[in-house]
Design a protein around this ligand. Structure first.
Ligand SMILES: [Zn+2]
Ligand SMILES: [Zn+2]
Length: 163
């Protein structure tokens, strides 16, 4: 048996853009009106968990009753990264050495959590209130931080290049 020649050049989406796109889709489930954030945790090119920012299970949603603001922050919403990591804790899935894809640069608290959970690389799309101490901790812990672009323009450009 012989492999047939492909009829068209490859137009597959790259893994980085694929998972970044999944994170953007997760953000569509966000229930906090302040910012829509989505996140997926990946190991061996498989998504092992996902999360978005919103209230704890069963609680009211910011989108229904407004945010609960203390000191300028919404205290109701659990951040997307925390939700994804806690999903792993709940179901007993290891996050050691995992990649984390998130729509926005993680905040300081999420940064500390993901470092402690053993995340090896963070892929983010948008820079959002970059925290100098978070950056310092990521460098100290040897976590790679990589910006990705999964915008429709960038996906189309990649497809065009492959033609
Ligand atoms: Zn909120
Ligand atoms: Zn956070």
């Amino acid at each position: 048996m012989e492999d047939t020649k492909p009829l068209q050049p490859p137009t597959r989406i790259a893994w980085e853009q694929f998972f970044a796109t999944q994170a953007r889709v997760m953000a569509l489930r966000s229930t906090c009106t302040r910012l829509s954030v989505g996140c997926v945790v990946v190991r061996d090119k498989r998504m092992i968990a996902s999360g978005y920012n919103g209230s704890i299970a069963g609680d009211v949603h910011c989108t229904d009753v407004g945010c609960r603001i203390v000191d300028g922050h919404c205290v109701r919403a659990i951040h997307a990264e925390q939700n994804a990591l806690l999903q792993c804790a709940k179901f007993g899935v290891s996050t050691d050495g995992a990649d984390l894809y998130v729509t926005h640069l993680p905040c300081l608290n999420c940064t500390k959590s993901l470092i402690q959970a053993g995340v090896a690389r963070v892929f983010y799309e948008k820079s959002y209130r970059p925290d100098p101490y978070a950056k310092e901790l990521l460098e100290f812990a040897g976590v790679e931080v990589i910006q990705v672009d999964s915008s429709m323009n960038s996906l189309c450009e990649n497809f065009m290049e492959a033609q």
